[in-house]
Design a protein around this ligand. Structure first.
Ligand code: WT7
Length: 648
């Protein structure tokens, strides 16, 4: 197996080394006492209003379930991200914003960011928004998105960011579930010179029953194209900022108060609102950012994720800003105006750390090296990836072409639920293996189990669980604690079930093999098959459907739909196009159906369960070795399916 040592250039300045990592990791997990002592030390990186005396209280027994971190501590997250940097570094860039068009950029200092956050905080308070109220953010990648998150944190409101690529329907269901009082949006979003009608989507969402909770809509003026503003409800962002003062006393929050909700897909039902805490989440985002990205005072850190995903929460906003690190926000897409854009941005802003997704790396790789080589990328010293397993070819290309062989790659494994990174090869702590997340971070105890929950030792493959807890772990599903316990703490009693499979090799290094449930990972974004199925059958032509993942060269996983049409409906390319448009409109463009097979029947067991295993194989073009089909209610169904798929 190919291993990549850290370049001597990087090693010479690295914050850690193999011995230090091994020693601190061992200490952090050795005993309950040393684990608690480790986290107590990490919590010292936070500025507390009241320092916690209790560090950790975790019990995964379902009768007396508790997850509490730093429970008597008090703090304010915006103070940690802003105020505390104003003493030494008021004029340091907090945000470098690069607009969709290369002619647009803005540099916002910590002082300026602080001032705008305070103004918005005051404006929200004036609107009657306070501690515990939910605020939905439906914004493009503009600085106002980060301002809004931090302004919520300042006044104790709970933000729920909804990715700007989601549809009006998806937005509505999140507003209904969270009962948000306020929505912050923009007139339009711009990506790759294409405009998206955010305000119009908000208007449509607010026509849906159950959204009457929304009292006000604040609208950021981004493109200036005219949008309908409804008199009493809608106000312009710049107007409320202009009319507010910048003296906004931070709300004192308990460590266990929620900081935000973020909706993510599960294997069943509607997306669930993952609840993250104030003290534990901040401690975890802050400390993992430092450890994983080998952070130095002058770093310019660029995470390409949208703030609509957890990666954008922890590593565009909270992790960097809590550390006083300059964070780059990019509004656009890697291919606009050309595929050279990523490299151009690195050179333009002297980016030293780039954190992106395998899907973007593969897309750039496919366009050829010449685009990347238009830039010199001299400022880069570290690379990161996240969202899905990275294939070794893409890893090699990222390492040798983008990073010119001198930048280590941190392959970071984590989830919306975990709040921050749980596994990665900390820079200069280990020789990297392309495709492996390698090692747990400090304090994290991964365990591999078989389907009966028996722990597998040494080199093994199975399901990945985490015993014990960490401060960044989710606390509940908003409004549905029962579903929370069932989803994560029932399958393997006493441990957190990740939903991922993993392999541990002979050297003890971890490789994530992908989801073991009905959750797809499309371009590093999570979508539940049940969610897509329910969107698809809401089309009048569709009677029944099964969604499975299929291999996709760029996206990692694509979406494959098997559809049974209603009586009287006829298969045609036009109809299939319409079904696809319908699903994209219901969920958002990320739910694009990459293959649609119209079939007469689905393979079911005698008890009526769809045998997805077979559908997955066929979708991948594997027609032999379909495994045990003896439990099928009707064996001929499979032959018909094979014919349909082969002839498509
Ligand atoms: C799922 C979580 C928080 C990261 C962004 C996605 C997969 C994530 C890796 C990685 C292999 C990965 C897992 C995980 N995943 N990172 N480095 N290697 N797989 O967050 O939407 O909550 O998805 O993404 O399957 O369970 P998410």
């Amino acid at each position: 197996m190919k291993k990549f040592p850290t370049s001597s250039e990087f090693a010479a300045q690295a914050n850690t080394n193999p011995e230090k990592y091994a020693q601190l990791y061992q200490q952090s997990i050795e005993s309950d006492e040393s684990n608690e002592a480790f986290w107590a030390k990490r919590a010292e990186l936070v500025d507390w209003i009241k320092k916690p005396t209790k560090i950790k209280d975790i019990n995964y027994d379902l009768d007396d379930f508790r997850i509490k971190w730093f429970e008597d501590g008090e703090l304010n997250v915006s103070v940690n991200c802003l105020d505390r940097h104003l003493v030494d570094n008021p004029y340091k860039p907090a945000i470098i914003w690069e607009g969709d068009h290369p002619s647009l950029h803005k540099i916002i200092s910590f002082k300026e960011l602080h001032s705008e956050v305070c103004r918005l905080g005051n404006a929200m308070r004036k609107m009657g928004v306070g501690k515990g109220d939910r605020v939905a953010l439906y914004l493009p990648m503009v600085p106002e998105a980060v301002v809004s998150m931090l302004a919520c944190a300042r006044i104790g409101a709970v933000h729920t960011v909804v990715f700007g690529g989601f549809s009006a329907e998806s937005l509505a269901s999140r507003i209904v579930d969270s009962q948000a009082k306020l929505v912050i949006t923009a007139d339009e979003g711009v990506r790759g010179n294409r405009y998206s009608p955010l305000k119009t989507n908000v208007d449509r969402a607010l026509d849906v029953d159950g959204t009457e909770c929304v009292e006000k809509v604040i609208v950021v003026h981004r493109t200036g194209n005219s949008v309908p503003m409804s008199g009493r409800r809608d106000v312009w962002y710049h107007t409320v900022i202009d009319n507010s003062n910048e003296d906004c006393p931070p709300e004192t929050m308990n460590a266990e108060d929620p900081l935000f909700l973020l909706y993510t897909s599960g294997s069943t039902g509607k997306p669930k609102g993952v609840v993250h805490s104030t003290g534990g989440y901040l401690t975890y985002a802050l400390s993992t950012f430092r450890d994983v990205f080998d952070v130095k005072e002058d770093d310019v850190f660029w995470c390409t994720a949208d703030v609509g995903w957890i990666t954008g929460h922890s590593y565009v906003t909270y992790g960097p800003l809590a550390n006083g690190t300059t964070t780059v926000m990019f509004e656009g897409v890697p291919q606009y105006p050309t595929w050279a854009r990523i490299g151009q941005i690195i050179d333009k802003h002297d980016v030293s750390i780039l954190y992106t997704a395998p899907t973007a790396i593969r897309a750039m790789m496919k366009e050829g090296d010449a685009f990347v080589r238009e830039s010199n990328r001299e400022s880069l010293r570290l690379l990161g990836t996240v969202g899905e397993p990275i294939n070794p070819e893409a890893w090699d290309w990222y390492h040798s072409v983008v990073g010119e062989g001198r930048c280590p790659i941190v392959d970071t494994w984590w989830q919306t639920e975990t709040g921050g990174i749980l596994m990665a090869p900390l820079p200069n702590s280990v020789d990297m293996k392309p495709g492996a997340a390698m090692n747990p971070l400090y304090g994290i105890k991964p365990v591999i189990v078989d389907s009966d929950g028996v722990e597998l030792e040494d080199a093994a493959a199975g399901n990945l669980i985490i015993s014990d807890g960490w401060p960044g772990q989710m606390r509940t599903i908003y409004g549905d604690h029962k579903r929370f316990l069932e989803t994560y703490y029932t399958t393997y009693p006493g441990s957190y079930f990740t939903g991922d499979g993993a392999m541990r090799d002979e050297d003890g290094h971890y490789w994530i093999t992908g989801r073991v449930d009905d959750v797809l990972n499309v371009s590093g974004h999570r979508i539940g098959t049940a969610e897509i199925e329910s969107a698809l059958v809401s089309h009048p032509a569709a009677a029944e459907t099964a969604i499975v993942g299929m291999p996709h060269e760029l996206k990692g996983q694509g979406i494959c739909a098997y559809v049974i049409l209603r009586h009287g409906e006829e298969d045609s390319e036009r109809l299939r196009g319409e079904l696809n448009r319908h699903v994209r409109a219901e969920i958002g463009p990320i739910a694009n159906l990459d293959a649609i097979y119209v079939v007469d029947a689905l393979p079911k067991t005698r008890s009526g369960k769809i045998m997805r295993r077979i559908l997955r194989k066929l979708a991948a073009g594997e027609f032999d070795g379909l495994g045990d089909t003896s439990t099928l209610a009707e064996a001929s169904v499979v032959d018909d399916l094979i014919k349909t798929v082969k002839s498509a």
